[in-house]
Design a protein around this ligand. Structure first.
Ligand code: 5GP
Length: 113
């Protein structure tokens, strides 16, 4: 079964896309927890961090190079932002398709709940 993100990638569900290339899509989170809240999603579905095989390990460097581009594009570079992966049940992951949150636009507290 397709994940919500695969449906967005395949244009079966709409989303506000802020970046896309052959490997990755980035969208605005539908339920933002801060003024700027984006998701960076590999187009290939990995359930979580540990599901990325050694052959595909390059996807992590690509995801982070995309994050570098997005934070410039969205003017988050100067004030800062937080990058989060909720991984697995205790990590609070709700969609079983690996994704990275970029959270910005306000000062964030630490530690998270
Ligand atoms: P997780 O809790 O798995 O780390 O994050 C899933 C995120 O996906 C949540 O922040 C949630 O608001 C977002 N989300 C869930 N469904 C949709 C959707 O249909 N469209 C968009 N743009 N974001 C979604």
């Amino acid at each position: 079964m397709k994940s919500i993100f695969e449906k967005i990638i395949d244009r079966e569900l709409s989303a506000e896309i802020i970046y896309e290339d052959g490997l990755v899509i980035s969208i605005k989170d539908i339920n933002p927890i801060s003024p700027q809240h984006f998701l960076v999603i590999p187009k290939k579905k990995y359930k979580n961090i540990q599901a990325v095989s050694n052959n595909d390990i390059h996807i992590f460097s690509h995801l982070f190079s995309v994050i570098q581009k997005i934070v410039i594009q969205e003017n988050l570079n100067e004030k800062g932002y937080r990058v989060v992966i909720n991984n697995g049940e205790y990590g609070g992951q709700t969609i079983d398709h690996l994704h990275i949150h970029i959270i910005g636009g306000r000062a964030l507290r630490w530690p998270p709940g």
